[in-house]
Ligand binder design. Structure first.
Ligand code: SF4
Length: 377
């Protein structure tokens, strides 16, 4: 049987972090009816995908708001459709990490925790209205380290306000994560998203953030991570090869994945084109309407699929294999990326890897959008 990824969206947050533009609604307790609907949708998407899940990712919002009972119910439905070696990632907010949650996740077969640390600076966490603190972060890291999941990932953001970091705070954050046995780190440079509370604050006080400073800090963080055994394998992701995220690589390689939950997206590829399903953001509508009535369904034509493939593939240091591209789209990769790629190669911003893949290198990745604009048709 074929395999695919499964994304499960839990769109509830107790409070809103000021920089965040993800879809989530305020809530402290997740209604039973939402879990019941997720389980029903799982049945529906499983039949649609006709595949076993080789990766499952529970993201949000805040999945760690799920009760132990909800976790058991949800995974009792999902696990029978998983491959034996499935990677199951569960996103946690440090403030929710408690022994009962950890036990429920272990009992349910979760193999990988992704913990939203963002920073160990209390000043930054408070400023961004993050429901956490240095102490809460450390306690959560300790509990997860002791539980010994197969994999352990954490997120950091470079450039959070107030802007008082000359690099020391970020280096401290990274080394603190490493000391707790984290084997995968996602490092983001702060970007200002329109419509967020931070965006409105910055309108009145532009000095609050400095995106070029965030980028400089991010580069310092990247170099520090690489010097400590965490290789960059995608724009924002660092790990040794065996600790890379199986689920995220499905997105970058454009493999099939289903999405369940309000606001979730799934994509099924068919030769050179694809069908994409996106669920309504309205929780009531999601719970009460037939799945095929509340979802938005779009066909992605061949040209858009090729553009997406280039966008996704060039995000990774592994790049794109010309033979795989040809097999998928029936045209040589060179017809879509030349003459730009040769120029980037000449300027030492791109490489042809030992495996014959075409990729941007670390310096080229810093200019990914410029490269994509050159090659998109
Ligand atoms: S907890 Fe995560 S999803 Fe919720 S507001 Fe904060 S950053 Fe956004």
């Amino acid at each position: 049987m074929n395999s695919a990824g499964l994304y499960i969206h839990i769109p509830f947050c107790i409070s809103k972090c000021s920089y965040c533009d993800f879809f989530s609604i305020p809530g402290t307790e997740i209604p039973d009816s939402y879990i019941t609907r997720l389980i029903q949708e799982h049945e529906y998407r499983k039949n649609q995908a006709n595949a076993l899940w080789s990766s499952v990712y529970v993201g949000g919002g805040t999945p760690s708001l799920l009760s132990e009972k909800h976790i058991a119910r949800l995974f009792a439905a999902v696990l029978p459709n998983c491959t034996k070696d499935v990677e199951i990632t569960f996103e946690c907010n440090p403030d929710d990490v408690r022994p009962e949650l950890i036990s429920a996740l272990k009992d349910s077969g979760v193999t990988r925790i992704s913990l939203g640390i963002q920073s160990f600076s209390n000043e930054k966490l408070e400023f961004c209205k993050r429901r956490s603190s240095k102490e809460i972060n450390e306690k959560a890291l300790e509990l997860i380290q002791k539980a010994d999941f197969h994999h352990f990932s954490a997120d950091l953001i470079a450039g959070l306000p107030p802007l008082n970091d000359d690099g020391n705070q970020l280096m401290y954050d990274i080394s603190r994560l490493i000391s707790f046995g984290v084997d995968h780190i996602s490092l983001y440079a702060l970007t200002l998203e329109e419509g967020t509370p931070l965006f409105n604050q910055v309108k009145h006080n532009p000095q609050l953030i400095d995106e070029s400073k965030s980028d400089e800090l991010w580069i310092m963080g990247r170099d520090y991570l690489e010097a400590h055994g965490f290789s960059q394998y995608e724009v924002s992701n660092f790990a040794s090869e065996k600790n890379q995220s199986v689920h995220n690589k499905k997105y970058w390689n454009m493999e099939n994945y289903a999405g369940i939950g309000a606001g979730a997206t799934g994509t099924f590829y068919n030769g050179a084109s694809a069908l994409r399903f996106t669920n309504t953001l309205n929780i009531e509508e999601y719970i009460h309407c037939a799945f095929n009535e509340q979802e938005e369904k779009i066909t992605i034509n061949e040209n858009d699929c090729i553009n997406e493939y280039l966008m996704m593939g060039f995000r990774t240091l592994n790049g794109i294999k010309p033979s795989v591209f040809y097999e998928r789209f029936g045209i040589p990769l060179s017809t879509r990326i030349e003459p730009s790629f040769s120029l980037w190669l000449k300027n030492q911003k791109a490489v042809i890897t030992a495996d014959g893949n075409y990729a941007l290198n670390r310096d080229g990745l810093l200019l990914l959008n410029t490269f994509l604009m050159e090659i998109m048709v």
